[in-house]
Design a protein around this ligand. Structure first.
Ligand code: FES
Length: 172
């Protein structure tokens, strides 16, 4: 849970109870919620979630007292930011240090081999998008993957594939 102090100070409530918002809030707090921390804050969101979506941008805009249009402008201007992908489902593979050491790259390689899917791409049927993050706050269960918002710890190519199969079955 986010501290009440923070909520009151920024006047904004995170889009969900996901603990990754604490990391995002910590970045904004560290910079005194100054508007000049916009890029760094968006960077933290992307590192934690793998992409920026509307809820995240609204939260950052409200927290930093920056117009939403400016947040959109920054997010779409810089190529380092990825907006929410078009796939119906999202698979975010963490490539932060702990996950990388524990085999994150192996997971990406297996997805490439099996589905021809690279980071930033969506399957031809628009069903699954693949993204990477730089630490989703689950280092203790590395390698971590976030499947549609659900953390999958100690991920293996097989466990990811099971979810992909389920998603593909559902889309038939
Ligand atoms: S490095 Fe992957 S969860 Fe921290």
């Amino acid at each position: 849970m986010l501290s009440k102090t923070h909520e009151l100070k920024s006047g904004a409530v995170p889009p969900s109870d996901d603990k990754r918002w604490r990391i995002v809030s910590a970045t904004m707090r560290r910079h005194g919620h100054s508007q000049s921390s916009l890029i760094e804050t968006l960077h933290t969101v992307q590192n934690c979630f793998g992409y920026l979506d509307e809820a995240a941008m609204s939260f950052v805009a409200a927290s930093l007292h920056v117009p939403l249009s400016k947040v959109y402008g920054v997010a779409t201007f810089y190529s380092l930011f990825t907006l929410k992908p078009s796939g119906k489902h999202n698979c975010v593979v963490c490539m932060g240090t702990a996950c990388y050491i524990k085999g994150g790259q192996k997971l990406l390689n297996s997805l490439e081999n099996k589905y021809g899917l690279h980071v930033g791409e969506t399957t031809a049927d628009n069903n699954i998008s693949l993204l990477e993050a730089r630490c989703v706050g689950a280092c203790g269960i590395a390698p971590a993957v976030i499947m549609d918002g659900q953390v999958l710890g100690h991920a293996t190519p097989e466990t990811i594939e099971q979810t992909f199969q389920k998603w593909n079955e559902e889309s038939k």
